[in-house]
Design a protein around this ligand. Structure first.
Ligand code: FAD
Length: 303
């Protein structure tokens, strides 16, 4: 019943949607069954209308970015998925001699932002090069690599929460390791970047991508790091020390290259991935008495 009403509303609003859309292609590990309805809003107005409606009707929903840190159940998700990938774009809001402030829509891909930075000579977030994520997703996850995190570059964040739209000034207490603590849907973000010679930025991007290719299963189907690193250690080192590199269940494999990655070798199921995650967690706990905490988010399934 709610589905028919929602479809009617979306048609009235002229917003594109798909019924029973399989989620696997929208994730980087290429796993997951269908959701009841997938909605593709393009503007802030459309997103707000949908969010208000979902909230008012108490409809179970999920915000999807690049699907690059996500495991979706084989059975899928009994609810609405709002993909923000069509809500994209960037603009310069302030420019000084040595720095620039960019306003970026949540669905903008990291690689599109990196391309702009390379073209204009804006530096700071080169460490994210190669991550198949949206800006909204990197904020929500406080994405980081090589000793940097996105939070260091955030000036403001526009969020929709409890029927209200508001702008938060970035402060240290809003962030934690791989966590942006504020609930709600991230719509836009302002980043403060430095100006730098384009050649130098190009070199940095190249260096970071080379590092990723050397140490991670870079072009394989994965969802990035499985676990957060525990204090003063690395999840990958601990899993490797348990002899699990290359361990396989069905088509899901703990990467030979980096033990904190799980690779879908072909037709892996979420069930197999979950078993591998549990196995790695149990073995590390048995050997080191450390309980690894998943970094990956789950939709329709849990550990
Ligand atoms: C090859 C590869 C390399 C990676 N390298 C790194 C790395 O170096 N460092 C790192 O930190 N991560 C890395 N990741 C993981 C992943 O890219 C990050 O966690 C990224 O921030 C997820 O962004 P996303 O847009 O794909 O989010 P999704 O995976 O789509 O979603 C992740 C979570 O964020 C929420 N979310 C997404 N958008 C919004 C929004 N607008 N508002 C509110 N909530 C939202 C979702 O609901 C979900 O809970 C890597 C992944 C891959 C596949």
């Amino acid at each position: 019943m709610w589905l028919n009403d929602l479809e009617k509303r979306l048609k009235e609003m002229g917003i594109f949607y798909k019924k029973e859309e399989v989620l696997a292609p929208y994730t980087t590990i290429k796993i997951g069954g269908p959701c009841s309805l997938m909605i593709f809003p393009k503007t802030k107005e459309e997103i707000l209308e949908i969010l208000e409606y979902l909230e008012k009707e108490n409809i179970h929903s999920f915000i999807l970015g690049g699907g690059s840190n996500l495991l979706v159940a084989d059975e899928g998700f009994d609810g609405v998925v709002l993909t923000l990938k069509e809500f994209k774009g960037m603009e310069i809001v302030k420019e000084k001699e040595k720095e620039v402030i960019l306003k970026i829509k949540a669905g903008t891909l990291v690689n599109a932002l990196i391309s702009l930075c390379l073209k204009e000579g804006f530096s700071g977030i080169e460490f994210l090069a190669g991550i198949p994520a949206t800006i909204g997703g990197t904020i929500k996850m406080n994405a980081g690599a090589f000793g940097n995190t996105i939070s260091s570059f955030v000036r403001t964040i526009e969020i929709y929460k409890n029927n209200k739209l508001f702008i938060l000034k970035s402060e240290e207490n809003l962030w934690d390791y791989r966590v942006f603590k504020e609930e709600g849907v991230i719509l836009e973000v302002e980043l403060k970047l430095k100006k730098m010679k384009k050649e130098r930025i190009k070199e940095k991007v190249k260096e970071y991508i080379q590092k990723r290719k050397k140490n991670q299963p870079f072009s394989k189907k994965t969802f990035g790091s499985v676990f957060k690193n525990p204090p003063n250690d690395y999840a990958g080192r601990l899993i490797d020390a348990c002899g699990l590199k290359g361990y396989r269940i069905g088509d899901a494999e703990i990467s030979e290259k980096h033990a904190n990655f799980i690779v879908n070798l072909g037709k892996a199921k979420a069930k197999e991935v979950l078993k591998l995650i549990k196995l790695a967690q149990d073995k590390v706990f048995e050997k080191f008495n450390i309980k690894l905490e998943p970094e990956v988010k789950f939709l329709g399934c849990s550990l």
